[in-house]
Design a protein around this ligand. Structure first.
Ligand code: ADQ
Length: 787
């Protein structure tokens, strides 16, 4: 806990734990209760925090300052949402699309593009609100399906704080998820997080499959591997606060209520059901099973009672009104058929009941019947176990809840199998008393996996990510020191840039990653002030086609050949692909035949097997097998296997970006500043090859996330381009200044910007060594601005 207290926590959820209402006396704050509030409250007592969310009311511009001030007293901060966005965001998209779809009920989902637009707008408002208050060192924890886009929107802001996201509902099967028209956007939104938490492994596995099928991203059970960073996946079922329930039951009021309840039902068995009146909770299925049980067991008809509490939920929505009607009818039907003057078999409470009264009800019940057709976790079963304590009890629990994965003593049922539920209920009642041994297993889970434990576990994990060496790098801002000074003082700068994932974001088909106008423009203008090399794994032809017209240098196939700016291609080694073609190609051909959609690419000194076009799951499976086979085949041979984005490549061990960098630095002995950016493992080689002596004059930047190899990072190719543009502006400003008159004028002018590139480009071409002779400074030599 000591570690936790160091960082400020920013929590974001759709609703705040407090609600603002406007009364006679102005704005009033009311505290809400709920699972998340309970879970976090004990953590928040020990840690500085701000909780962001909607305050539960539409607040006019004029009142917003007052409301914000009031909320700040409770550690909360409002996200003001206009009604025109709230309805489509909350009801329209979150509740009418994501809620049913994530519960595998795709036929209930109603997608509307306008609602999706509002969902995006509101998620952006959350991200903006968080970014406004977040400071380095903070940790950010976002909650639930209403805010799926916030992680990526935040990452794009480059805050540098670890971002966690917990999904309280299930993640659906990939088949269901893929039917969402915006499946890709939503998934990308989630993957902006550093840590994703779920109640059950089943949801992690569904998410992994969706990431593979929708985005082609491969993963391990505990992490999704993006090109330049990982998203950690954790199974962390939420808990409850058993101490709170025990306390509620100790009060004189509770004891009195319990005695009364037990007196009323003396000699009878009590079955309890507590749910929100939601179609995922399986209330009709439960009632049908109870009806069948009564039908099959005349002996129990007058000696059991089902007390079903169903809290009204989303009452304005037609679907929920229909559900209420069918539950009313079912209750009426059962009671109509099986009631006697002295006994009613179903007591139906269609109201929200206070938590202490619920505790009493749980305590009195011999059996809890929890039958959702799908539920992220379901806390009712846990609350029942906590309230029964030493008394023990029987928990009949749907196998489609997250809780089913962690309550080993529960009697698991399929709520769609009415007869099974009826039989299990009969068995439970036939037994004289509860099975204390199985109950003890459940008690242990409930008492150990408390809500506090859950929150601490998530936050410790999240904080650990911020303490990770990968997070040491600083966010690159060219206009801030010390980078600014290095850039300004550079007279003969070198710039090494990887292409895919660094200058250009990845696309499904690599052939489509053609540079756009912005990339070409940045490279063109950079080359006016610096010697620029694009250092890529791509083949010579592609680089030539895409970038050959620019006054920059090119390095292809991870350093196999180099073309200096304005010069000709030169092979660095005489390594050829013929040996590879001889003994690796047959194996790859075999895999290619056995994996429809995959293909072989023969490079000059490498061979690659691409499986992007194959079935994603089968392709990954085959790739794993191929890697094992290659390992055997290449033992004691001078080749390396590289695993890229749905591609496996084999190349000679001497051909690396690292050795290319050494070579380029030798070619440019006059260079006095190096900027190097990349985003994958081969770029680590490039950065690691920068000699120690160069480090004080080098700026290394990782694109996508922090990485231990680079001193700086930027979150995307677009933001890197933004920094490169800033660098050009500095150099352009420097070159526009006339040489200062008088003492040191000449020197000063030199120091204010790099030596002219165009000229050097041609001299580089002219010198056999490719070395750029130092030119004398002066505005007349500066390159003209490219239009
Ligand atoms: P919910 O769908 O709201 O939560 P659940 O976990 O069952 O589902 O209940 C949350 C709380 O509401 C419990 O504390 C329960 O006692 C209370 N509650 C339920 N019915 C009530 C009633 N009729 N009257 C009064 N109180 C009632 C979502 C997910 C769940 C997940 C939680 C927490 O859908 O799967 O367990 O978040 O992550």
């Amino acid at each position: 806990m000591e570690r936790m207290a160091k960082n400020r926590l920013i929590v974001a959820s759709v609703r705040l734990p407090v609600t603002m209402t406007r009364g006679e006396q102005g704005w009033q704050v009311a505290h809400s209760t709920g699972g998340l509030v309970t879970a976090l409250s004990s953590v928040l007592e020990r840690q500085k925090f701000t909780w962001l969310g909607w305050p539960g009311a539409y607040v006019d511009e004029a009142d917003r300052r007052t409301v914000t001030r009031e909320l700040a007293k409770h550690g909360t901060s409002p996200v003001f949402i206009e009604q025109e966005h709230m309805d489509p965001f909350y009801q329209g998209f979150s509740n009418e699309v994501l809620w049913p779809l994530f519960h595998n009920l795709m036929e209930r989902a109603r997608f509307d593009r306008n609602n999706w637009r509002s969902y995006r707008t509101v998620n952006q408002m959350y991200a903006d609100a968080i970014a406004k208050i977040a400071r380095p060192g903070d940790v950010i924890w976002i909650h639930d399906y209403q805010l799926c886009l916030v992680p990526q929107l935040l990452r794009a802001k480059g805050l540098g704080c670890p971002i966690g996201f917990f999904l309280h509902i299930p993640f659906p099967s990939a088949e269901t998820y893929r039917t969402l028209p915006v499946a890709e956007d939503l998934l990308r939104g989630l993957l902006g997080a550093d840590l994703l938490g779920f109640h059950a492994y089943e949801y992690v596995s569904n998410l992994r499959m969706a990431a593979l099928r929708v985005l082609g991203i491969e993963s391990e059970p505990a992490a999704l591997r993006l090109q330049s960073r990982e998203v950690q996946l954790e199974v962390m079922p939420i808990g409850i606060d058993p101490g709170e329930i025990a306390e509620m039951l100790r009060t004189a009021e509770a004891r009195k209520e319990l005695t009364e309840l037990e007196r009323n039902y003396a000699g009878k068995r009590i079955i309890v059901g507590v749910d929100r009146l939601d179609y995922t909770k399986g209330i009709p299925q439960k009632l049908e099973a109870y009806e069948e049980f009564l039908h099959n067991h005349p002996e129990w008809r007058e000696s059991t009672v089902l007390i079903q509490v169903a809290a009204p939920s989303r009452t304005g929505v037609e679907e929920y009104q229909n559900l209420k009607r069918s539950v009313d009818e079912l209750v009426g039907r059962i009671n109509g058929q099986y009631s006697t003057p002295n006994h009613t078999p179903v007591v139906y409470i269609n109201q929200s009941v206070s938590r202490d009264k619920l505790a009493v009800l749980y305590r009195a019940a011999d059996v809890a019947l929890v039958t959702p057709i799908r539920d992220g976790m379901n806390l009712v079963g846990l609350e029942y176990v906590a309230a029964r304590g030493q008394r023990g009890g029987t928990l009949i629990l749907s196998e489609f809840t997250g809780a089913a994965h962690c309550m080993p003593g529960a009697r698991l049922v399929n709520p769609f199998n009415t007869s099974q539920v009826a039989t299990v209920l009969g068995d439970a009642l036939e037994n004289e008393g509860p099975n204390f041994e199985t109950f003890a297993h459940m008690s242990r889970f409930v008492n150990e996996n408390t809500s506090l434990f859950w929150a601490k576990r998530f936050l410790t994990r999240l904080e650990h990510l911020s303490g990770d060496p990968h997070h040491e790098a600083k966010l690159l801002r060219i206009n801030e020191e010390p980078v600014l000074g290095l850039v300004k003082n550079a007279r003969s700068p070198l710039v090494f840039l990887d292409y895919d994932g660094t200058l250009r974001s990845y696309v499904i088909n690599p052939k489509e990653a053609v540079p756009d106008a912005r990339i070409l423009n940045v490279l063109q203008r950079l080359a006016e002030y610096a010697t620029v090399y694009v250092v890529s794994g791509r083949d010579r032809r592609t680089l030539e086609d895409w970038l050959g017209g620019l006054p920059i240098g090119l390095v292809c196939e991870h350093g196999l050949s180099i073309k200096p700016p304005g010069g000709e291609w030169q092979d660095r080694t005489n390594v050829s692909g013929s040996a590879l073609a001889r003994f690796v190609r047959p194996l790859l051909e075999d895999f290619s035949r056995r994996t429809p959609g995959s293909a072989i690419e023969m490079k000059q000194a490498a061979i690659a097997w691409h499986y992007r076009g194959a079935d994603p799951e089968y392709g990954s499976f085959q790739a794993k097998e191929l890697l094992t086979r290659l390992e055997d085949l290449l033992k004691r041979r001078p080749y390396r296997v590289l695993r890229g984005n749905r591609v496996i490549e084999v190349r000679h061990e001497h051909v690396t970006k690292g050795s290319a960098v050494g070579h380029l630095l030798d070619r440019h002995p006059d260079a006095d500043f190096l900027f190097c950016a990349g985003d994958d493992r081969t770029d680590e080689e490039m950065m690691n090859a920068i000699p120690k002596a160069w480090r004080p004059r080098a700026v290394t930047c990782w694109v996508g996330s922090r990485n231990v190899t680079a001193d700086y990072w930027r979150e995307s190719d677009a933001s890197l381009l933004g920094e490169l543009e800033a660098m050009i502006r500095i150099w352009r400003r420097g070159s526009a200044q006339p040489p200062a008159a008088g003492k040191g004028g000449r020197k000063k002018a030199t120091a204010s910007g790099p030596a002219r590139a165009k000229k050097r480009t041609s001299t580089t071409q002219a010198t056999a060594s490719g070395r750029a002779p130092r030119s004398a400074p002066g505005p007349q030599r500066r390159a003209k601005k490219t239009p």
